[in-house]
Design a protein around this ligand. Structure first.
Ligand code: NDP
Ligand code: HSE
Length: 446
């Protein structure tokens, strides 16, 4: 059978990886797909560099729309990135009846609903394994491998840049700014690392996992997003002392049975204390890991490289094989884009952060005086927040010889975020609380 014809829009880090892995492993890939997969066209504005990579094995164009318009191209692979141009190209490809593969999490988290509806109308596939956790086949696992389960929760280290920074901060006791510069020097962090360090990239990925896990529309605008820029080496040290590590987690959870206004889905990204004994707490450097809890299977863990040329290409090519296998099948009998049949998606609400339930680490810089601890404990008790553990440092250790200030570190049991906001406002108002309170959420992931 004639090989399926593929056009790569974008031939940068991931595009070049896709080209190279397909070239190297084409024989095995064909045996799996049942048909050859041929890169027939590639696009990038710098056509000389594209030509240098592909030689005369594929047509090289500067304008990605030439790929979409070409009648022989069956699958369009979007590897340009960003929102606007990528959205236009993907919608145009769908309208032209082409199947689409993309690694673009930002695009799908923000415009996914529109894109999947268009794909449904036109009977084409939009595959996006590489968009979440790079080389880890987590989309496949959620959409197919765990299909028997009611997924209860997912928690993932889904941004390698921030995990590298947090690992370095813990290992070397350095502060965020210092490690960020090092990460940029080593090429882990982009020159503009905003999406990574502010948690936006992880929130894009968490949003996609949430939609697939719970059969809900893609709702990035409802996600709570907090990055790692305000984390200090001090809190990483205290957390360690208490038996925890701090990780930037993307979390999505099913919440039910506590009154209708509290039922829904939690969708949040923030630095999180995780017990040091959990496997995910020991995922270091730029690696990714995702923990999924389903009612039948229990807890499962997926670990691997979340970025990089060939790891990401591995996921893109897995999608190419899936699309090749299913290209001639009736659209009604393909795996649904978002795991649930399009007519069976539920409009379950993403809970506002005030209604999220989690436990907390608090650090209060306080005057080292009689009665301070009692007052702090009273405010927490009055707001219904139960203390799980408490650590008070010697004043000398915190502020040096003769210091009159100390750090009070409190771990709480689970509480609603709204109650914690109320408690923190009252605590912050105490004259004996001398600096902004540090609050980091904590998940046992049991
Ligand atoms: P790169 O910046 O390395 O590559 C982008 C490619 O698109 C280049 O070939 C560039 O070539 C081309 N391009 C950029 N702008 C245009 C334009 N206006 N018109 C036509 N072509 C354009 O990006 P990556 O390969 O790193 O990322 C691609 C996608 O994969 C992104 O969505 C990213 O989020 C995602 N991803 C990346 C991972 C990684 O490890 N890098 C991991 C997981 C997902 P030229 O400038 O010559 O036009
Ligand atoms: N910037 C992302 C990361 C790349 O650091 O994980 C992969 O999506």
């Amino acid at each position: 059978m004639k090989p399926i014809q593929v056009g790569l829009m974008g031939l940068g880090t991931v595009g070049a990886g896709v080209y190279e892995v397909l070239r190297r492993n084409h024989e095995e890939i064909e045996r799996r797909a049942g048909r050859g997969i041929q890169v027939a066209m590639v696009s990038r504005r710098d056509t000389a560099r594209a030509r240098a990579l592909v030689g005369d094995t594929a047509a090289v164009v500067a304008d990605p729309r030439e790929i979409i318009r070409h009648p022989d191209i069956d699958i369009v692979v979007e590897l340009i990135g960003g929102y606007q141009l990528a959205r236009e190209l993907v919608l145009e490809a769908i309208a032209a009846g082409k199947h689409v593969v993309t690694a673009n999490k930002a695009l799908l988290a923000v415009h996914g609903t529109e894109i999947f509806e268009a794909a449904q109308r036109h009977g084409v596939m939009v595959a996006f394994e590489a968009a979440v956790a790079g080389g880890i086949p987590i989309i496949k696992a959620l959409r197919e491998g765990l299909t028997a389960n009611r997924i209860q929760w997912i928690a993932g280290i889904i941004n390698g840049t921030t995990n590298f920074i947090l690992s370095e901060m813990r290992d070397k006791g350095l502060d965020f700014d210092v490690v960020l510069k090092e990460a940029q020097r080593l090429g882990y962090a982009e020159a503009d690392p905003t999406f990574d360090i502010e948690g936006v990239d992880a929130a894009h990925k968490a949003t996609l996992m949430s939609a697939i896990a719970f059969g809900i529309p893609v709702q990035f605008d409802k996600a709570y997003v907090e990055g790692i820029t305000k984390l200090s080496a001090t809190d990483i040290r205290y957390a360690e002392h208490l038996g925890y590590r701090i990780k930037l987690l993307g979390i999505t959870k099913r919440r039910e049975g506590e009154g209708v206004q509290n039922r829904g889905v939690e969708l949040r990204v923030h630095p999180t204390l995780v017990p040091a004994k959990r496997l995910i707490a020991n995922v270091e450097g730029a690696m990714n890991a995702v923990v999924v809890n389903g009612d039948a299977v229990g807890t499962t863990l997926y670990y691997g490289k979340g970025a990089g040329s060939e790891p990401t290409a591995s996921a893109v090519i897995a999608d190419l094989v899936d699309v090749t296998r299913l290209a001639t099948s009736d659209p009604q009998h393909r795996v649904p884009h978002l795991a649930f049949q399009p007519g069976a998606l539920r409009d379950v609400s993403v809970l506002p952060m005030e209604r999220v339930v989690t436990s907390y680490y608090l650090r209060l810089r306080v005057a080292d005086q009689a009665g301070v601890l009692a007052r702090v404990a009273a405010i927490l008790a009055e707001t219904g927040i139960s203390i799980d553990a408490l650590l008070q440092r010697e004043a000398d250790e915190v502020g040096g010889e003769g210091s009159t200030q100390t750090d009070l570190i409190i771990l709480t049991h689970e509480a609603r975020e709204g109650a914690m906001n109320t408690a923190m406002a009252q605590l912050q108002g105490l004259p004996s609380v001398l600096a902004p309170i540090v609050r980091i959420r904590k998940e046992e992931l049991a």
